[in-house]
Design a protein around this ligand. Sequence first.
Ligand SMILES: O=c1ccn([C@H]2C[C@H](O)[C@@H](COP(=O)(O)OP(=O)(O)OP(=O)(O)O)O2)c(=O)[nH]1
Length: 210
Amino acid sequence: MNLPPLFEKQRELDEKIVREKGLEGEDLLPRKILSLQVELGELANEWRGFKFWSARQEPVTKVEHLCPSCDTTGYDKISEGHYDHMVPCIECEGTGKLGESNPMLGEYVDCLHFILSIGIELFDVTPERPKPFEPGNLNITGMFSGLFLSTGEMFRMLYMGGRDRLSDEWHRLINAFILLGEELGYTEKEIERAYMDKNSVNHDRQVQGY
Ligand SMILES: O=c1ccn([C@H]2C[C@H](O)[C@@H](COP(=O)(O)OP(=O)(O)OP(=O)(O)O)O2)c(=O)[nH]1
């Protein structure tokens, strides 16, 4: 993964959030670590593969968004005098749907945002590529636990000493996260496209006062 263009997009977004929310001078690193942990939980929840108690262990990769305006019928009723006309719904153009999304990929790129955002706090010079680490021989469940361990380590280094090792831990984290993306079936291109899309949604949300 080529990091500099992603760091650049992430930096622009982070700076906008700090400006819009008046957070200049605040130490956001502890909150970013917790945010990543929360998003990792959300990603695991969409993956579903650890839910041994459930009949639904397949990843949630497609959700259709139904049109509330026409109640999914695709038609609007227009009354003229004694007559009702059915016309195609203007919200969904007669399809009954507003589109679809990929929840698991969405959560994956939310995690990527926070990993990059944490990286921005740690590096003066943007790393070109993740520093390679020997991958552990883990299944997806183990990979998630490894990522939680890594974020926990970062928290420990922040509060209990070892700040100088935070950047190494970040490299371990992003390596493990990229491997997880591969295991979940995503290509680098797919991830970068989804990241750019969500980055732009995040910009819009700040403008709209999210
Ligand atoms: O400094 C920051 C803070 C947030 N984000 C991004 C990461 C992620 O893409 C999004 C926050 O996650 P999400 O979109 O799930 O927001 P939420 O408020 O948790 O969503 P929900 O409306 O589901 O509660 O904001 C950043 O990139 N940099």
